[in-house]
Ligand binder design. Structure first.
Ligand SMILES: O=P(O)(O)O[C@H]1O[C@H](CO)[C@@H](O)[C@H]1O
Ligand code: HPA
Length: 286
């Protein structure tokens, strides 16, 4: 199951990156936000920003996907010290799974307590519309079925236990608060809850794959997020996740629809402000 790109990191590696960031930013964030495809505008809301390109950060990978700027933004949002990843790493970019999730442990060592993950995803639930925001209540780690798990290998006890529980991965109180906030923000008409499933990508799914995922009870499909959440829960972070439904997964052989990244980015442009409003108002409550 290992690949040539797979590499492991020591506790000291993560610590060195965290210490470097602390020294460079002078900030100790309590909340980390990972911005999904086309959703990097969230970071622009921060006040007193310090922007650090990934290429300057020791051991950080580089963003290679359109819609992922490739920089960390430190600052305050609603008075809360935050760090935003404007650009995440995906397995399909060729990185090993430990590299994809490297920033999460660095955030933990910086003192982050809450991780907010956002992504663009294809809607599988027939009741979902393009532009809906789905609060992630659970996930299916599809690559995990064949052993691709970011916790594979030596377990570093200073981060967490060998066998972490995942039945409480997504914080229920934050889901409740977000639902309440959506009503206040006037966006409850396009708010959903559901199960997110990650696939390896970079291909979009076949029709047969979409039908299979639907039959498994999956509501939205993407190519990210779950490895980050697993690593975050392993080291005790509270996790809240949002999927923006950017396109409807194709489940019908007569359909003329073809999934494509341009459509994904187009939907994020239309819904970015609503999603940003929801996240920042939620932050004010935690
Ligand atoms: O999950 P994020 O990073 O939002 O990106 C999603 O959008 C891309 C496909 O358009 C894939 O990378 C998929 O995972
Ligand atoms: O339909 C999709 N499938 C997988 N990943 C995605 N990211 C956005 N839309 C999709």
């Amino acid at each position: 199951m290992s690949s040539a790109n797979e590499r492991s990191y020591t506790y000291e590696d993560y610590k060195e990156t965290a210490d470097w960031l602390l020294n460079r930013s002078g900030q100790k964030p309590k909340v980390a936000i990972i911005c999904g495809s086309g959703l990097g505008g969230l970071a622009d809301l921060l006040e007193n920003k310090t922007v650090i390109p990934y290429k300057d950060i020791p051991r950080f990978p580089q963003s290679t996907v359109h819609g992922h700027a490739g920089q960390l933004v430190f600052g305050q949002l609603k008075g809360k010290p935050c760090v935003c990843m404007q650009g995440r790493f995906h397995y399909y970019e060729g990185y090993g799974i430990a590299t994809v999730t490297y920033p999460v442990r660095v955030f933990h060592l910086l003192g982050v307590e809450t991780l907010i993950v956002t992504n663009a995803a294809g809607g599988l639930n027939p009741d979902f519309n393009v532009g809906d925001i789905m609060l992630i209540k659970d996930h299916v780690n599809m690559p995990g079925f064949s052993g691709v798990n970011p916790l594979r290998g030596h377990n570093e006890e200073r981060f967490g236990t060998r066998f972490p529980c995942m039945s409480d991965a997504y914080d229920r109180e934050m889901i409740r608060l977000a639902t309440e906030t959506a009503v206040e923000q006037g966006c409850s008409s396009f708010l959903q809850q559901g199960v997110y499933c990650n696939l390896g990508g970079p291909c979009f799914e076949t029709i047969a794959e979409c039908k299979m995922l639907q039959s498994l009870g999956v509501d939205a499909v993407g190519m990210s997020t779950v490895p980050e959440v697993i690593v975050a829960r392993h080291c005790g972070l509270r996790v809240f996740g949002l999927s923006l439904i950017t396109n409807k997964a194709v489940v019908d052989y007569s359909s003329e629809q073809r999934a494509n990244h341009e459509e994904v980015l187009e939907t994020t442009r239309k819904r970015a402000l609503a999603l940003q409003g929801l996240v920042s108002s939620l932050l004010a409550k935690i």
